[in-house]
Design a protein around this ligand. Structure first.
Ligand code: ADP
Ligand code: MG
Length: 165
């Protein structure tokens, strides 16, 4: 499958939320966002920006123990945190097949836990903190689009950022 990627820098928490907001204007039910990054990388912050921009006003926190939180805004957003998932097959117990039906946007923290069960067409977002940097010194971000729509999103972001340079 074709792939396209873009790398950028998010200087502060607001920039991470803003990237979520940018995505909120473009996502549709059925879209899958895979959020990779260590604890504290900013995955939940990005989902919060996305949920807020979709008009959801409640709390947005990592669903570490419940595995999924559902947010109702102008679209439904399903926020997974699979950190505590030991066996990928356990995801069926929380209704993964229903979520994949495409009624809402899926955001998945720790998607690596799902291994072979990950959908092929998805937008991957990788957040990293420089080892040399402290927590407040920003995050590197990489977006990788796989499949027609995710790929187009990455291209759009590339164009938007090039024109800002
Ligand atoms: P994760 O869900 O990946 O564990 P969180 O989204 O909970 O991480 O964020 C952890 C911390 O990182 C929060 O205090 C948040 O404010 C901060 N943070 C998020 N994005 C950035 C950024 N671009 N630069 C600096 N700090 C950030
Ligand atoms: Mg989190």
């Amino acid at each position: 499958m074709y792939e396209s990627s873009w790398q950028g820098f998010l200087p502060d928490e607001r920039a991470t939320e803003a990237l979520g907001g940018w995505l909120a204007q473009r996502v549709r039910p059925g879209d899958v966002l895979l959020l990779y990054g260590d604890l504290g990388a900013g995955k939940t912050t990005l989902v919060r920006g996305l949920a807020r921009s979709l008009g959801y006003e409640g709390r947005v926190t990592s669903p570490t123990f419940t595995l999924v939180h559902e947010y109702e805004g102008s679209l439904s957003l399903y926020h997974f945190d699979l950190y505590r998932l030991d066996d990928p097959e356990e995801v069926w117990d929380i209704g993964w097949s229903d979520y994949l039906r495409g009624d809402g946007v899926l955001c998945v923290e720790w998607p690596e836990r799902l291994d072979h069960l990950l959908p092929e067409e998805a937008l991957t977002i990788r957040l990293t903190r420089d080892d040399s940097a402290t927590a407040d010194e920003g995050r590197r971000v990489e977006l990788i689009g796989r499949g027609e729509k995710p790929l187009a999103l990455v291209k759009e972001l590339e164009t938007a950022c090039t024109s800002l340079d």
